[in-house]
Design a protein around this ligand. Structure first.
Ligand code: FMN
Length: 405
């Protein structure tokens, strides 16, 4: 998985740049810089689709505040000259404790965006999760990106269609299945309606001026699809669903999903099974009892239930319930290396990043997505040095001061 020709920055895990992939032209020193640049190049409707939360956006604020309430009490006079953040997910090595989160429509930010991010993840030596709602098909990502691929499943009400999808995921050689369980209905993202933004994306009366004001994106991304594969659509969807969506764009959600479905999925999927969107200890336990190998403690990046608890706030009780029985990953608002280190010190076995690689791909394709991952790698490395933890196994809750302000 860890391609020896790849680059990771800092500490003992320096590698050399791959000749095949150009370095990013972009001068960004942190994830916030990439976000600022992405805001300039993307139509407003698309930028907000990625950036924003839902309703009053309290979940977004709570997510960040919960991370900031945890502070680090660093250990000093520890020899940190031999640092590594290498770890494992499901027994397979990973260059850092991070996986790319599934993000539907990444392919709208850059032509073939999913392939570009997956290549960046492969180059960094970490897993990439492809969303059910991707613009590029799972088969093309598997053929053209390489690396360690996980597939995120949104169940459809017609279960047989989802089972066929799982068969495709197997046939395409994906390693793990990530079942998202926190989206029974369409989230109330009012800004999408204001902006005329839909999935699949259409140019319409409400967003035409916005799109026209971003000719770079229009030519580089949208027109390129129009000239090759046609209007960007959700390529993992069966033809019948694609046809339905082309007549009336609206998300297809499954509000009858329940634990029996998870048991059925477990019977059909023999690789690592991850349940994404867990916020309660009892649900974590039940996922384990249904045979899941891992969970992602997540509120969907603050994009679904605006009143939801922050993942960082939910994590300790969940760990008390299932620590050591399964992998417990976390996501939501992790935009600095210190955020990832804090999550691991709390006891998480890994983290997911959603928006960070999206901002990177939006500004510079694969090189930009890689830059985002590289920034996070470098930041984690620096924090490990500062806290006196040369290895991830040196992190524990004793390093943390909770309820800091
Ligand atoms: C634009 C966008 C699209 C997303 N699409 C999906 C998706 O298709 N499936 C899913 O399980 N989660 C999806 N998510 C949620 C992410 O997987 C992840 O939980 C969240 O982005 C983590 O927060 P972060 O962006 O602050 O890192 C999406 C998030 C964003 C920002």
């Amino acid at each position: 998985m860890n391609n020896a020709s790849e680059v990771a920055v800092g500490g003992s895990s320096k590698r050399t740049a791959s000749a095949r992939v150009r370095a990013s032209r972009v001068q960004a020193y942190n994830i916030a810089d990439l976000r600022t640049m992405a805001k300039k190049v993307l139509p407003k409707g698309l930028f907000q689709f990625v950036d924003r939360g839902t309703e009053n956006e309290y979940a977004l604020q709570r997510m960040r505040a919960a991370i900031d309430r945890v502070a680090i009490r660093p250990k000093v006079l520890v020899d940190v000259s031999q640092r590594t953040q290498e770890t494992q997910f499901f027994g397979v090595p990973s260059a850092m404790p991070l996986a790319v989160a599934p993000t539907g429509a990444a392919g709208l930010l850059w032509y073939d965006g999913e392939i570009e991010i997956a290549r960046a993840a492969a180059r960094m030596g970490i897993p990439f999760t492809l969303s059910t709602a991707s613009i590029v098909s799972m088969e093309r990502v598997a053929q053209e990106a390489g690396g360690r691929l996980w597939f995120q499943l949104y169940m459809w009400p017609e279960r047989s269609m989802s089972y066929e999808l799982i068969d495709r995921v197997k046939a395409a050689g994906y390693e793990a299945l990530v079942v998202t369980v926190d989206t029974p209905v369409t989230p109330n993202r009012e800004y999408n309606r204001h902006n005329g933004f839909t999935l699949p994306m259409r140019v319409n009366r409400r967003n035409a001026v916005d799109v026209a004001c971003h000719p770079g994106w229009l030519l580089r991304v949208f027109m390129r699809y129009m000239l090759t594969t046609g209007i960007p659509s959700l390529e993992n969807f069966p033809e019948s669903l694609k046809r339905r969506l082309s007549q009336a764009p609206s998300p297809i959600k499954c509000d009858s999903l329940c634990w029996d479905d998870l048991k059925e999925i477990r019977k059909r999927w023999h690789g690592p099974l991850i349940v994404k969107g867990i916020l309660r200890p009892a649900d974590a336990q039940q996922a384990r009892d249904c045979g899941a190998d891992g969970i992602v403690v997540s509120n969907h990046g603050g994009r679904n239930l605006d009143a939801s608890i922050a993942p960082f706030a939910a994590l300790p009780a969940i760990l008390d319930q299932v620590r050591g029985q399964m992998e417990v990953m976390i996501d939501g608002g992790l935009s600095r290396g210190s955020d990832i280190v804090k999550a691991l010190a709390l006891g998480a076995t890994g983290a997911f990043a959603g928006r960070a690689p999206l901002w990177g791909v939006a500004v510079d394709g694969e090189a930009g997505a890689y830059l985002a991952l590289q920034i996070l790698h470098e930041e984690v490395d620096r924090v490990l040095a500062f806290v006196g933890a040369p290895r991830l196994s040196d992190l524990d809750a004793g390093l943390l001061h909770l309820d800091a302000n």
